[in-house]
Structure formats: structure tokens, C-alpha cells
Design a protein around this ligand. Structure first.
Ligand SMILES: Cc1cn([C@H]2C[C@H](O)[C@@H](COP(=O)(O)OP(=O)(O)OP(=O)(O)O)O2)c(=O)[nH]c1=O
Length: 210
């Protein structure tokens, strides 16, 4: 197994692509069919977006470490992330359908919002309970994104591309949404789902030369 190898506990193809970009070899560690990954993502009443995204990321990591143990896999760092779009204190998740995507994009039109991505790495101990003994580290990337003013026709055309689905806030900075975004202050890779500067810093903390 190469030195720079991680288990990537994410169904997001963007995260795998971003790890490839920095040469981090990875193996996917995806949920078992009976795992309830959705319920991890419930927002607590009154929870601030920054607290939410960091809490959910650690829950994802704990679930992934348990998965690693159940499967009896060889030790290597386990990495996961969560991306949340926040308009003020309102959290925008993934749109359930076209109508919801239109509503989210209408809210984002002409406004600045934040994209928060937390990334967490856990290194399971050899044997024993990995959740109890793993060393866990987490970083948070916060970016400001300003959308152009979008008329209904432009929103409808964007939704028709299908790009909003499966993405927090109903857009993908790496795709057609590039034509909707007037300004970014922050981390492009963080907005896309995995902040590479923070990810590399976390891995360096585990002794990697990256
Ligand atoms: C804002 C934005 C989000 N996204 C994506 C990244 C994430 O895949 C998704 C946010 O959902 P997440 O819940 O962070 O991730 P996921 O459900 O896709 O994958 P997993 O939980 O298994 O790791 O939105 C983009 O691709 N581009 C963007 O510009």
C-alpha cells in the first residue's frame, strides 16, 4: 500500500477527483446498504451552520471508522467531509426536486452566501475499538460566494442542465454555475466539496510529506 493512501468515506465523485488532483491515492469506503447515512445530516433546532457542518462531518467519520472495523480492513487514515451552503443562518441542503432547486437559486440570486466544508481524518488504532482509540482531526474551510442577479429564465435553464441535483445549495461551482457566480472569496476546492489546502495540512499533521 503506498504511503499516501487514505480511505475516502464519501459518495461524492468530486471529492475523489479532488484527492486525485493532489496525488492522494484512495479507496472508497462507502456505507453498507443498511446504514442510514441520511439521518446523520439532520439539523438540530437553532444549530449554527458552522456547528452543523463540523458535527455532521465527525458523525460521518465515526460511521466510517465503524465501517472500517466491521470490514476488517488494513489500517490507513479515513477521510470524510461535509459541504453546507448557508444564506445567513439558513442552511441550504441538496434540492429534492426541480421546484426546490428553483427556490434555492432564487434565494441565492444577487446575494452573498457562505460555503462551509469541514474535512475530518481519523487514524484508527491497530485493533481495539477504532471509534474510541482513533486520532481524529478536523478543519473547516469557509468561503464567500456572490451570485449574479438571476432572472427566472436563467434559473430555469440552469436547473434544466440537471447540475443542481446532489449538490448543496443547488449549484456546482465546477460546472455551468461558473456563469452565475460573480465573485468568490475563499477556497474553490472547498466550495466543490473538499478543501485541498486544509486536507493537505491535516495529512501533514499525520506525518505525511504533502
Ligand atoms: C456548493 C457545491 C456543492 N457541491 C457538492 C459537494 C458535495 O458532493 C455536495 C454536498 O453534499 P455532502 O453531504 O457534503 O456530500 P455528499 O452527500 O455528496 O457525499 P458524502 O456525504 O458521501 O461525502 O454538494 C459541488 O459539487 N459543488 C458546489 O459548488
Amino acid at each position: 500500500m503506498p504511503d499516501s493512501f487514505v480511505y475516502l468515506a464519501s459518495q461524492s465523485p468530486r471529492r475523489a477527483q479532488l484527492l486525485d488532483q493532489i496525488g492522494v491515492a484512495h479507496q472508497l469506503l462507502l456505507p453498507d446498504a443498511d446504514e442510514d447515512a441520511e439521518s446523520l445530516e439532520a439539523v438540530l433546532p437553532g444549530e449554527a451552520p458552522r456547528d452543523y457542518v463540523q458535527r455532521v462531518t465527525l458523525l460521518k467519520l465515526q460511521a466510517a471508522l465503524q465501517r472500517w472495523q466491521r470490514r476488517g480492513l488494513p489500517p490507513a487514515p479515513v477521510l470524510c467531509a461535509d459541504t453546507t451552503v448557508a444564506l445567513g443562518s439558513t442552511i441550504l441542503g441538496k434540492p429534492a426536486d426541480a421546484q426546490e432547486a428553483i427556490e434555492m437559486l432564487t434565494q441565492l440570486s444577487g446575494q452573498q452566501h457562505e460555503v462551509l466544508t469541514a474535512v475530518a481524518v481519523g487514524v484508527p488504532g491497530a485493533g481495539g475499538d477504532p471509534v474510541g482509540t482513533a486520532v481524529l482531526h478536523e478543519e473547516l474551510s469557509v468561503s464567500q460566494v456572490t451570485f449574479d442577479r438571476l432572472e427566472a429564465e436563467r434559473i430555469a435553464a440552469y436547473v434544466a442542465t440537471g447540475e443542481p441535483f446532489g449538490k448543496a445549495g443547488a449549484y456546482g461551482v465546477q460546472g455551468h454555475a461558473a456563469t452565475l457566480i460573480a465573485h468568490i472569496d475563499g477556497s474553490f476546492s472547498g466550495i466543490m466539496g473538499l478543501p485541498l489546502f486544509e486536507t493537505a495540512r491535516l495529512l501533514r499533521g499525520f506525518g505525511w510529506r504533502i
